[in-house]
Write a protein that binds this ligand. Structure first.
Ligand SMILES: [Zn+2]
Ligand SMILES: [Zn+2]
Length: 269
């Protein structure tokens, strides 16, 4: 009963809030004023630009976009330590700009919209989750950026879905070489020892959902899943806001260029 009354006042307050303080919420994409408060803060035009990934047209394992529901070549070749990864949108130019704005230009408030987007996707997936864990960053990186972008999203997502968010279990101990410059196997080596698990009891036998902003090759989240499973987590799932499309032509060329770059880098070492 008390809860119901609380809920009633909360809703009432929300309504009053709206009347007394008209929204000056701006679209996260283009900055124009939105007429009213909304969970996902995009104007209609920018919302249209979001390329949502269809659950029937993606890799069963990593969730990358495919023509049909299948297993992508990447997941056929490489061992994935997570049981399933899914992303809300394709990491296209629009999404890349949004994430960069969030991550590198001190706009932490954007976490709310991203969390709501994850919730929408999560509701479509048939998975049992006990605890939520954000992909961690090192203390040094946190000092530089001021916040861990994945932790903000994970906390809000957990609140929206009544789940427990654990932010002191998965720890990043060191920064590795810049991941974007490396291919998959080099990424794997690069990140192998940069994560550790503390307070293992909190995840033993639990189904864990890892949350991050972007899934690129999946090497980082696979490494996170590996250490969590070694610490006796049951199933490990991954949910991210966006995912790069590995299998379009541009990506392939980009990947080839990266491989050449690494080869040159190794030669110069
Ligand atoms: Zn807009
Ligand atoms: Zn895959």
């Amino acid at each position: 009963m008390i809860l119901k009354i609380k809920e009633f006042f909360k809703n009432l307050f929300k309504k009053v809030d709206k009347i007394l303080f008209p929204s000056n919420i701006k679209c996260l994409g283009c900055g124009r004023d939105l007429k009213e408060k909304q969970n996902i803060e995009f104007c209609d035009e920018c919302f249209e630009k979001l390329q949502f990934i269809d659950e029937n047209k993606c890799c069963r394992v990593c969730g990358t976009i495919l023509k049909t529901k299948n297993i992508c070549p990447h997941c056929k070749e490489e061992k994935r330590h997570f049981d399933m990864a899914r992303s809300v949108c394709v990491y296209d130019k629009f999404m890349a700009d949004l994430i960069a704005k969030y991550k590198y230009h001190n706009n932490p408030y954007m976490f709310k919209t991203f969390a709501y987007m994850l919730t929408e996707k999560y509701n479509l997936l048939n998975i049992n989750v006990d605890v939520v864990i954000p992909v961690p960053i090192t203390k040094k990186r946190k000092r530089e950026r001021g916040y861990n972008q994945s932790l903000l999203i994970a906390k809000e997502f957990s609140k929206q879905n009544n789940l427990l968010c654990l932010d002191s279990v998965l720890i990043k101990t060191k920064d590795s070489l810049h991941q974007a410059d490396l291919g998959y196997s080099d990424r794997q080596k690069n990140i192998l020892n940069s994560f550790k698990v503390e307070n293992k009891k909190q995840i033993a036998g639990k189904n864990v959902l890892i949350i991050d902003d972007v899934l690129t090759t999946g090497a980082t989240t696979s490494a996170c899943a590996e250490v969590l499973k070694k610490a006796n987590a049951k199933n490990v799932y991954v949910l991210t806001v966006a995912s790069t499309n590995h299998f379009n032509k541009d990506e392939k060329t980009a990947h080839k260029n990266k491989v050449i770059k690494i080869a040159n880098y190794a030669k110069n070492e």
